[in-house]
Design a protein around this ligand. Sequence first.
Ligand code: FES
Ligand code: FES
Length: 161
Amino acid sequence: MSGKRVVSATINGEEVQFLCEPRQTLLEVLRDTLDMTGTKEGCTNGNCGACTVLMNGRPVVSCLVLALEAQEAEIRTIEGVSCGSELNPVQSAFLEGAALQCGICTPGFIMQTEALLEANPQPTEDEIRFYLSGNLCRCTGYDKIVRAVQAAAQQRQAAAE
Ligand code: FES
Ligand code: FES
């Protein structure tokens, strides 16, 4: 008998059902089963933040979440943040601020930033650095990333006025 289970979740606003084994992580299912490869795999042990997605509005490292835990959950991934064919303010700010090089860390940073700006639309630099401290980048250093988050916060604020 197969040990696979059916999981129902909402991913980027769409109801999705998938089969998974109890040992499989949400990251594995997103990338390998659902072909949503925007979420990146770095360390697979919770240390780099590359695999960050939002689960019921909170950032989680999807390599440490069992796919079974996504039952009835609302998941948001990097594929769900753009506004149709337009980049959203956080994506634009990272691009315009050259806050990425190889890009492996970028989806995780963007999802973490989305969660930050939802909770705290005008964070201080210290708050940004603290909130993003679980996301690692081997290429850029962090200053450009922090500047991009500040620019995104300003853009979002201007759009809301
Ligand atoms: S791949 Fe999940 S934290 Fe690094
Ligand atoms: S851009 Fe390469 S790890 Fe961040």
